[in-house]
Design a protein around this ligand. Structure first.
Ligand code: SF4
Ligand code: SF4
Length: 322
């Protein structure tokens, strides 16, 4: 079967995850709105909101690995962080191209730009490499802190009032944006129409970390040199600008696992997603694994009581000074 169906399937999943993220954000806004108004919340706080606290997830995971257990302040942040790293170890950066709402919106914006201007210009190579260094520097900074901080220091952060209401702070950043926030968002959105995924490619330390994890992944796009007719379509459609046409196996940490190269290849089986370079993984199986691993992680977290925060509405009120 041709792999063209993978792109509409991926878009469908992206839409589902964007809508789900909006629903989670809306529920959390209702919860916090009631807390701030001094009324009893009429909706439960959605634990999934902690997917938007990656630094909490990283530091919480570091504290857990150092023997401090999973912090009860934002436990879902740890569960989601670990799940996404496992997903990258298994299926490269599939989180970025199948699940992440920021990745989905970035992709829709550069496609809109391509539709409008018939191209997405690439930055000069040296500038592109230098800018990509930003996300690795940010990642190194956070990783260095997570690894070198003592357990006491990590716990000091995780049990601080600042960390407890970091979810509310993030929400108010979007609900009550400052002029600077709006200006930064405006620049990023505009650049996202012109370039391919500038935020993910240059600024996102989470993506950088997942790229490193993906290096260890046994799954990768593989090119069959006998079948390939060197048409170059795969390299043209790759959002990460990887020269797929000249690769034997795409092990680049920038590979998003999006399947665009495979879906657009004109020669049956010239490109395929393979496990350990041998076993072919179908698009449908890949999609099922992406969703299964992602949801499976949250189910395991919930079943083990590592999902809901210990912070009560009264705690929130007190920390917010209401
Ligand atoms: S190499 Fe293929 S799967 Fe990887 S990012 Fe490029 S188009 Fe997507
Ligand atoms: S799109 Fe397929 S046939 Fe064309 S260069 Fe890439 S792998 Fe080869």
């Amino acid at each position: 079967m041709s792999d063209r169906y993978v792109q509409p399937l991926r878009t469908l999943l992206q839409i589902c995850f964007v809508l789900f993220s909006l629903w989670v954000g809306f529920q959390f806004a209702r919860y916090i709105g009631a807390v701030e108004a001094g009324a009893p919340p009429t909706v439960a706080r959605p634990g999934g909101i902690e997917a938007f606290l990656p630094i909490s997830g990283l530091f919480g995971t570091a504290a857990w690995l150092k023997g401090g257990g999973i912090n009860p302040v934002h436990p879902a942040a740890v569960v989601i962080f670990v799940t996404i790293v496992v997903l990258a170890l298994a299926l490269r950066r599939a989180f970025c191209s199948w699940i992440c709402p920021v990745g989905a919106i970035s992709e829709w914006l550069w496609k809109l730009g391509f539709h409008r201007f018939r191209r997405n210009p690439a930055l000069p190579r040296l500038l592109d490499v230098a800018l990509r260094g930003i996300k690795y520097l940010l990642m190194a900074y956070f990783l260095f802190a997570a690894v070198t901080w003592s357990l006491d220091s990590l716990q000091g952060f995780l049990f601080s009032g600042y960390h407890a209401i970091s979810d509310q702070k993030l929400l108010s950043l979007f609900l009550r944006p400052s002029g600077t926030t709006l200006a930064v968002l405006g620049v990023l959105l505009t650049l996202s129409v012109i370039l391919r995924n500038p935020f993910c490619r240059y600024l996102c330390p989470y993506g950088a970390l997942l790229g490193l994890a993906a290096w260890l992944s046994p799954t990768a796009v593989q090119r069959d040199r006998e079948r390939c007719v060197s048409c170059g379509v795969c390299s043209q459609v790759c959002p990460a600008r990887i020269d797929v046409m000249h690769a034997r196996r795409v092990a680049d940490p920038e590979c998003l696992g999006c399947w665009r190269c495979i879906s657009h290849c004109r020669v049956q089986s010239a490109l395929s997603m393979r496990l350990f370079g041998r076993r072919v993984i179908s698009g449908l199986l890949f999609a099922l694994l992406v969703v299964g691993i992602f949801w499976g992680g949250s189910v395991i977290g919930k079943l083990n009581g590592r999902w809901q925060t210990m912070i009560t509405p009264d705690d929130y009120r007190q920390l917010l000074g209401r």
